[in-house]
Design a protein around this ligand. Structure first.
Ligand SMILES: Cc1cc2nc3c(=O)[nH]c(=O)nc-3n(C[C@H](O)[C@H](O)[C@H](O)COP(=O)(O)OP(=O)(O)OC[C@H]3O[C@@H](n4cnc5c(N)ncnc54)[C@H](O)[C@@H]3O)c2cc1C
Length: 375
């Protein structure tokens, strides 16, 4: 039986980064991916871009990880000599009591981040693209921007292989069992041994851990063709409406278009049954959301669409740490639709956990045992 220091199941956003960090630490590491190529369009990392920001409205406890994530993205960019991160600034738009506005200000103040509160008039002067209503304002964060997600996954894998990592593509892990001081991993037709096992299986998490911890949710991405002039100098943006519905978007990217999507509110599904067809009702919902805040875009030509999946936990915080019943199995799961920006630091953190190092402080909100019993 082949034996490894670390086996990583699932080589998507988190697994590719863990593979990179493990190989750089000199570990004998194997990454196993069920699909025949990485990156791919069946999981949660496709669709070209992902937002990155520091003034984290979801919880200020994420900010120290984000500061390290930025450093690691910039390091990876230098290594592969390719543009992976664009810091175009970011606008969180909502009422003064909305989660995006209050949460971003709280995180920025607690961690002394640079930010600016903009009135409706300020936003309209700087970005006539947006039509805020009288109850809305915005928090502007200059360091926010976006990552090229598939290029980032590709860069992590490429550098990991260069540093000696092994990668098995098109192999599905069926399960694992405790074995001596480590773990045996059952792959199609083969069993391998590892001192430590890392599970980064994204939307397939319910196949490995108690299903009640996860709800997979279908999400639809839309690319529109805006009027060029109206999109000059746009930041990324997240808009929270009075009814709690939220959408987000990116600047116009040459040859791609301007990508927007509704955050949450999609159908519950599983990774194997998700409806990958985008329907007229999906597009109608998107155009309605745009009609209120970006009227010029609402009527513009749709270039393409794509369906993707969020893997939500009950509290929308990540599940990161040792398996509650088996310390040799590390979980990096439940990224709840906001994990990509962290993947650079998440790989580093998960590998440190596997090695028993605790030099990165893990927020308590990630504790795997905060929900019902595992397995
Ligand atoms: C539409 C959309 C927009 C998003 N926008 C943002 C954003 O702007 N900013 C942000 O930070 N985050 C965003 N996210 C969230 C982010 O993309 C995810 O949190 C992140 O990709 C999750 O990474 P992962 O490694 O858990 O999953 P994935 O990248 O999907 O990787 C999991 C991998 O595990 C493999 N796998 C599963 N089961 C097995 C098995 N049994 N054997 C072998 N391999 C297996 C899968 O094939 C897959 O490759 C968005 C997500 C979506 C869907």
């Amino acid at each position: 039986m082949k034996s490894y220091d670390l086996v990583i199941v699932g080589v998507g956003a988190m697994g590719s980064s863990a593979l990179y960090h493990a190989s750089r630490r000199g570990l004998k590491v194997l990454g196993i991916e069920r699909f025949g190529e990485v990156p791919h369009e069946q999981g949660s990392h496709h669709g070209s871009t992902r937002i990155i920001r520091k003034a984290y409205f979801e919880h200020p406890g994420y900010v120290p990880l984000l500061l390290r994530a930025y450093e690691l993205w910039e390091q990876l960019e230098r290594e592969v000599d390719e543009k992976l991160i664009v810091k175009c600034g970011g606008l969180m738009i909502g009422s003064p009591t909305s989660e995006v506005v209050t949460g971003a200000i709280l995180a920025a103040q607690r961690h002394e981040l640079t930010y600016e509160v903009l009135s409706k008039q300020d936003v309209q002067r700087r970005y006539p693209f947006f039509a805020l209503d009288d109850t809305q304002q915005a928090v502007f964060e200059p360091d926010a921007g976006y990552l090229f997600s598939e290029l980032a996954v590709k860069a992590h894998v490429q550098q990991a292989i260069k540093a000696g990592a092994e990668l098995k593509l098109g192999c599905q892990v069926a399960g694992w069992s405790k074995s001596g001081d480590g773990v045996e991993i059952q792959i199609s037709g083969e069993t391998v041994y590892a001192d430590k096992l890392l599970l980064t299986v994204g939307a397939w998490a319910p196949n490995f851990i108690d299903k009640s911890r996860f709800q997979v949710e279908r999400q639809v991405l839309h690319w529109f063709e805006p009027e060029e002039a109206s999109t000059a100098g746009l930041p990324i943006y997240i808009v929270e409406e009075q009814d709690g519905s939220t959408f987000y978007g990116f600047p116009n990217i040459p040859l791609q278009g301007l990508k927007v999507a509704i955050h949450h509110g999609g159908e519950n599904c599983t990774a194997d049954t998700v409806d990958r067809v985008v329907h007229p009702a999906d597009i109608k919902r998107m155009r309605f959301a745009l009609s209120r805040r970006i009227p010029s875009l609402a009527a513009s030509r749709l270039i393409k669409t794509s369906a993707c999946m969020y893997t939500n936990t009950p509290d929308f915080h990540f599940i990161v740490g040792p398996h509650p019943e088996e310390e040799n199995v590390i979980l990096g799961l439940g990224y709840s639709g906001h994990g990509f920006k962290f993947s650079s630091v998440m790989g580093e953190l998960l590998v440190k956990m596997a090695l028993g190092e605790n030099t990165i402080q893990v927020p308590e909100i990630f504790a795997p045992d905060r929900f019902a019993q595992a397995r």
